[in-house]
Design a protein around this ligand. Structure first.
Ligand SMILES: [Zn+2]
Length: 341
């Protein structure tokens, strides 16, 4: 029997994912700004059947009874039903507020209309990639190594997924060193799969030890910079993983959102650092929908103790496992919807 709480979670994700199915035909009024294309938020509102747009200070809120989108003038952080996404470009005032076409196509639309996603095929295999290992311990603190925590969570996740009937492949199941290319090559041997890389963060030893929280990375779309860097010419080249841009963001949304929900419910609040874009090698080369999950900061004086607990690791593994199940449910529903058309 499913508990009502789990059922509610599935519904919430599906609401986030599937609700604005009746998007309207619209002639977008595109404006150019600093080499990028932008569309008015007022048109975004109409397109997704949102009923109100309110401005207060630098906050812009678009909503209807089921969906709320919160923007900030000049800002790249956007909340969709309270899940944080880091846009590739800020919201700009060009005679009314505008968002970039890249963010509309690569974040907003795949999250709101996953039935349009190409490449979100039904899948049965989950490839779990515990980051680092062997001579590369990843981040290290006084309690343990990132490689060790990654493997713990990966094994717990494997058990959860197997119970739900998924086939699971682990890129490593012991403390061994693998190159990023070996991880990608192994993942690409499988068909009908998704790829989940598990990591923990570190802000380094100098200064920024206050950084904390969870973040989920997906591959930067073409024309979007690697996390924290400015745009380079190599960012304009399409990679293997870009074929799954839309599926990537939908999978990231499910995992990120559910991890926050589950940690919150278990009274282990960690800050939401958002769904972000990066051009990490494992995300670049994998031919499946792929994400890289960062489960907290080993460099934070409090969070490192939380991460070291069995409860935290189990809660994360449960949350990710459940999110993968939600994502598959949404995919199945999407395939059914597609067949009816
Ligand atoms: Zn790492």
């Amino acid at each position: 029997m499913r508990s009502p709480a789990i059922l509610r979670n599935i519904l919430l994700f599906l609401v986030l994912a599937l609700l604005p199915a009746g998007a309207k035909q619209i002639e977008w009024k595109i404006k150019e700004h600093r080499g990028n294309k932008y569309v008015p938020l007022s048109q975004v509102k109409d397109f997704y059947n949102l009923t109100s747009m309110t401005l207060s200070g630098n906050k812009i809120i678009l909503k209807n009874s089921d969906l709320t989108l919160k923007f900030r003038a000049g800002g790249q952080e956007v909340l969709m039903n309270d899940v944080k996404f880091i846009f590739s470009h800020g919201i700009v005032a060009l005679g009314g507020y505008h968002m970039s076409v890249t963010d509309l196509l690569k974040i907003v639309d795949p999250v709101l209309r996953p039935y349009k996603i190409e490449g979100a095929k039904a899948f049965e295999t989950v490839i779990i990639d515990p980051g680092h290992g062997g001579r590369d311990p990843g981040a290290v603190n006084s309690l343990g190594t990132e490689a060790g925590y990654n493997l713990n969570v990966a094994r717990l996740l494997r058990d959860r997924l197997q119970k739900r009937g998924f086939k699971v492949v682990m890129t490593r199941n012991s403390d061994i060193f693998l190159t990023l290319q070996q991880r990608v090559a192994l993942a690409n041997k499988y068909k009908n799969a998704i790829f989940v890389s598990i990591h923990f963060n570190s802000a380094g030893s100098t200064g920024r030890t206050q950084a904390r929280g969870i973040e989920t990375f997906t591959l930067s779309p073409v024309g979007v910079a690697h996390y924290g860097r400015s745009l380079k010419s190599s960012d304009l080249i399409s990679r293997e993983g870009n074929a799954q841009d839309s599926a990537n963001i939908a999978l990231a949304t499910a995992v990120h959102w559910n991890s926050l929900q589950r940690l919150n419910k278990a009274k282990m609040n960690v800050p939401d650092r958002g769904v972000r874009r990066a051009r990490y090698s494992v995300l670049t080369g994998v031919k499946h929908p792929a994400i890289l999950f960062e489960g907290g900061f080993l460099s934070h004086p409090k969070e490192k103790h939380l991460i070291n607990t069995q409860t935290y690791q189990t809660t994360l593994a449960n949350a990710i496992g459940e999110a993968i199940f939600f994502y598959r449910q949404a995919t199945l529903r999407q395939n059914k919807t597609a067949k009816k058309k």
